[in-house]
Design a protein around this ligand. Structure first.
Ligand code: EPU
Length: 421
């Protein structure tokens, strides 16, 4: 429950990145000895991934707050649980290391947020090029390969999880793999750096072409140091957007401003002034916010995961803005709820929205459709006049660790209410 309209002040810290932690957990399957992972966010998607690994025979232990020890020396199964796979897109990432190590994976179609088709055709193309026989029947996949061999594969569309999955499969393949037109997200570079410290031979991560010298199926990785999850640039970016709307003076700590250059430059055009250090950002609401149009893109472009929070900001700017979602074809559905709060947004098509501002938002009852739109509703409710109730906050808990505590610490009137309370 949220009471809107309060200005915010103080310091807030950013947690570990969901989309980095999930991939390090998946990478544990490539190791012969346990790996320790620090700065793991305690969020629902991480718990689901841990359960999925445990169902394969992997031991996952939380040793201290935000630190996990993962021991995958013994794997007893290669079939992924349908129930979890349907909830978690990153289940598919396990297919890469599992195929490389055990030569077989059986799984249903991976789920996750309903924001578009979310096909896995690029994974199947890549696996096939590495010698995997891919069979599909009634939404179930069986991937099989006696051994994986290196290949030269060009992604038709850069895919984040596709890049990570094929990169990890190639580590234990025979020979050299070249992956072209890959995604360049910082989490991919950080994953490759950890894997290289542990014996992998990956070059070019963070650029459009990655080359991997395969070690062969018999070798396995061994960690020389703990893995550390990057600060979550999407959580940091969402807090930055919130602070641009409501901060008297807010400092966002434990973040990497360099990972947020695109958002920062967009905010600068709207009139927001941001001070920055190596791992912090300081912001306050300007007297007036100016409209601007934007489009989402792969990193270093404007992150699709920040699109919904940024649209909330644009409801408060002077003039007409356009949001163009270029990554997912179904990621603007939430705007209907913003309109019910008083926003003036028109859909030109399923990917383009025209936002006319500023509009005064009023609180209401809403259902969180997915995790990023769910947080956008929290931001909208904090800006709105009156009270809002947001249901289905499992979606928000999938990606943000106790977000209400962080927001309370900077003065937000938000509380978690269990049903029936
Ligand atoms: N695509 C295909 N075929 C494929 C794979 C992808 O057509 O086989 C398409 C997608 O439908 C989409 C485009 O390629 O249109 C790019 O999708 P991508 O594969 O890069 O997305 P993803 O790997 O499924 C990850 C994050 C998303 C984030 C996107 C884009 C994880 C677990 N998920 O998804 O995060 O939005 O990259 O940056 O890393 C979130 O955290 O809320 C979230 C949705």
């Amino acid at each position: 429950m949220i009471q809107g309209g309060k200005m915010l002040q103080g310091e807030v810290g950013v947690g570990g990145a969901k989309n980095h932690a999930l991939k390090i957990l998946a990478a544990s399957l490539l190791f012969k000895s346990p790996i320790k992972i620090q700065n793991v966010p305690l969020i629902e998607d991480i718990f689901r991934m841990a359960e999925l690994l445990e169902s394969l025979g992997v031991q996952v232990t939380k040793t201290e707050t935000n630190t996990f020890l993962v021991d995958a020396h013994r794997i007893t199964k290669t079939q992924l649980s349908d129930e979890i796979t349907k909830r978690l897109r990153s289940s598919i990432v396990l297919a890469g290391p599992l195929l490389a190590r055990l030569g077989r994976v059986e799984m249903t179609h991976p789920g996750g947020c309903i924001i578009g088709k979310r096909s896995i055709d690029l994974f199947i193309e890549g696996f096939s090029r590495m010698g995997v026989i891919c069979k599909e029947s009634g939404g179930r996949y069986i991937f099989q390969a006696r051994k994986l061999h290196g290949t030269d594969f060009t992604f038709r569309i850069p895919s984040v999880t596709g890049t990570e999955t094929l990169m990890m499969a190639a580590i234990l393949a025979e020979g050299k793999t070249i992956l072209r037109n890959v995604a360049e997200e910082p989490e991919i570079l950080a994953l490759a750096e950890f894997l290289n410290h542990s014996g992998a031979r990956i070059k070019g991560a963070g650029t459009p072409v990655i080359t991997i010298e395969g070690l062969g199926k018999k070798r396995r990785l061994s960690a020389k140091k703990d893995a550390r999850v990057l600060p979550d640039r999407i959580e940091a970016g969402s807090l930055l957007i919130l602070a641009s709307l409501l901060a008297k003076d807010v400092v966002i700590r434990h973040c990497i401003p360099e990972h947020l250059e695109s958002l920062i430059s967009h905010l600068a055009i709207t009139g927001v002034k941001i001070k920055r250090g190596k791992d912090w950002l300081r912001v306050s609401r300007p007297p007036e916010l100016k409209a601007l149009s934007f489009k989402t893109d792969g990193y270093p472009g404007f992150a699709t995961d920040l699109q919904a929070p940024f649209v909330v900001l644009l409801t408060q700017t002077n003039g007409m803005s356009q949001a163009f979602e270029t990554i997912f074809e179904g990621r603007l559905e939430y705007i209907h709820d913003l309109n019910r709060m008083g926003a003036n947004i028109t859909l030109r098509d399923s990917c383009r929205a025209m936002i006319s501002g500023p509009t005064s938002l009023h609180g209401r009852e809403m259902e969180s459709p997915d995790l990023r739109a769910g947080l956008a509703f929290v931001i909208a409710a904090l800006v709105a006049k009156g009270n809002s109730t947001i249901h289905n906050i499992y979606q928000i808990d999938r990606g943000y660790e106790r977000i209400e505590k962080k927001l309370q610490a900077i003065g937000a009137h938000i509380k978690r209410v269990t049903s029936g309370e």
